[in-house]
Design a protein around this ligand. Structure first.
Ligand code: UN1
Length: 509
């Protein structure tokens, strides 16, 4: 089955990972081996970009920008509409490939492709709404307004956990905004990226889109560093760890470029005494174990009112006992593998640290063994009772480890929820209007996303996606996130016969 999908996307045992749209370059950088955490198999090789390949890509993209920015935005939107159609046709195949290469459940693989389709739809509408404001001038016979112009090359650095959707949230908006894109996918999931390029390629061809609008740059860390340092790339959008984001941001800032950062989360759900506990359970369990705890929106902490603590943790323990762990392509399983054995080591390290710091294990973790788990990447989702200040709790571990803690007052719960360096997603489960509104108020959650009676993960693309503090401050997807991909220009036009100066300054000749 996987072989059919690889064939469908023209993926062979050896592939170039560098493309300018419809052309694949003869890549001569390092060789990246693509493995599946599902069965541990070596799938294929991808040749990364050399520095010379990189320069060809940037030169081609820069030339394409000169043309692409002249296309009317709705015409660019029409190209994105066709990409959405192509993704609809390929949803099953791409979803399966994502599931196999990355290890998320098949349902989540399909869901990821659906998010791509959704952002295409959003971007098509947006292509007719790239609007600015008008202002009243202080000077007679003058008009002031602002307009938004394309920015140039957008560099997109994406992570393994959403190997295709993160690119699309950036690329679809960037394209309707008139930018061209260079995508550096995670070196852990290069094949899903090649498949996307293959899907888009036909649409680019059919619409005579200039070569260089949609570039793929497979590479390791160095490729990300090239993009960050390159003054020809005005915007670098990076998704991944806070450590990576800090490195990228420093280099981009040193040249006064723009970065759009979507980094780590340490997301909590507050379970109030007034929560519907049965309903809350699904949100908590999916949030904690979905994508095997490898979403930036994964629920990492539960802050539970003392009066419902025992009842709710009992429900959680029971639910964890029902979780099926195994091949994510088998829809009977809830939880697939971690991305690789390095991630497994980090998971084990975190559990050891929790215990060292005084945490109490409620649901035992552990690495699974046996024929079905031969890749060595399957772990048991685990729950530990902790205190919020533990160093390991303050840290984002990309694994299914859920930390639980008690609170007495809502004020205390909100302080715990905010008491971490990250600020991505947050939720409260409550049927109490006062509590819900306090949580959403300016004195409530400090996160970019704050929900009531749903979990922390699974944001829809219509809202701006991103967070505060060490999450990096960037916003992608919906709302006005598109403005990050454009430059704002303020225009003042004098249609009078005089030239009055602003602020009433007199200047006579
Ligand atoms: C991520 O993990 O990088 O809200 C993004 C969610 C998804 C996006 C997660 N829509 O969980």
């Amino acid at each position: 089955m996987i072989q059919d999908i690889l064939n469908q996307f023209h993926i062979s045992s050896q592939n170039s990972g560098v493309s300018t749209g419809t052309q694949w370059l003869k890549a001569d950088g390092a060789v990246i081996d693509a493995h599946s955490p599902v069965d541990g198999k070596h799938i294929a090789q991808v040749t990364a970009a050399s520095r010379a390949n990189y320069d060809t890509v940037v030169t081609t993209a820069a030339a394409a920008f000169k043309e692409w920015r002249l296309w009317p935005a709705p015409r660019r939107g029409e190209v994105v509409r066709q990409i959405g159609e192509a993704l609809r046709k390929n949803k099953q195949a791409l979803g399966k490939l994502v599931s196999y290469e990355m290890g998320k459940s098949l349902q989540e693989g399909y869901g990821e492709v659906q998010e791509m389709i959704d952002i295409c739809d959003f971007a098509v509408g947006l292509s007719r709404q790239l609007h600015g404001l008008t202002m009243h001038s202080e000077r007679p016979g003058h008009r002031m307004y602002e307009q938004w112009h394309p920015l140039g090359i957008t560099g997109i650095i994406s992570a393994f956990n959403f190997p295709v959707a993160v690119w699309s949230w950036n690329a679809m908006l960037a394209w309707v905004c008139g930018d061209v894109c260079i995508w550096k996918p995670s070196e852990k999931t290069p094949l899903s990226a090649i498949a996307c390029q293959q899907i888009v390629q036909e649409v680019l061809q059919a619409n005579n889109v200039p070569e260089g609008v949609c570039c793929l740059l497979a590479g390791n860390r160095d490729a990300g560093e090239w993009l960050a340092a390159d003054t020809r790339v005005p915007l670098v959008s990076a998704t991944g760890s806070t450590r990576m984001g800090k490195a990228v941001a420093a280099v981009v800032a040193a040249r006064l470029g723009r970065s759009l950062l979507e980094l780590g989360g340490n997301n909590a759900i507050i379970i109030s005494k007034d929560a519907d506990l049965d309903m809350s359970l699904i949100g908590c369990v999916f949030g904690a174990v979905g994508t095997a705890g490898q979403r930036c929106t994964t629920t990492r902490r539960l802050i539970i009112h003392e009066s419902v603590y025992d009842a709710f943790t009992a429900k959680l323990v029971k639910a964890y006992g029902q979780l099926k762990i195994g091949n994510p392509l088998d829809e009977n399983n809830h939880v697939g593998p971690l991305i690789d054995t390095d991630a497994v080591r980090m998971y084990e390290h975190a559990i050891a640290e929790v215990q060292k710091e005084g945490g109490r294990i409620l649901v035992e973790g552990g690495v699974l063994s046996g024929a079905e788990y031969a890749s060595g990447c399957y772990v048991k989702p685990c729950i530990a009772e902790v205190e919020n200040h533990y160093q390991i709790v303050q840290h984002e571990t990309f694994a299914p480890i859920l930390y639980v803690m008690k609170y007495k007052t809502l004020e205390e719960a909100i302080a715990l929820q905010n008491g971490v360096p990250q600020g991505l997603s947050s939720s409260i489960m409550t049927l109490n209007l006062r509590e819900a509104e306090a949580f959403l108020s300016q004195a409530g959650s400090d996160c970019g996303i704050a929900n009531v009676n749903i979990g922390t993960s699974g944001a829809e693309i219509g809202g701006a996606f991103g967070g505060e503090k060490e999450t990096g401050g960037g916003r992608e997807s919906g709302s006005e996130a598109w403005k990050a991909y454009m430059r704002r220009q303020t225009n003042t036009i004098n249609y009078s016969t005089q030239l009055p100066l602003a602020q009433g300054i007199k200047f006579d000749l």
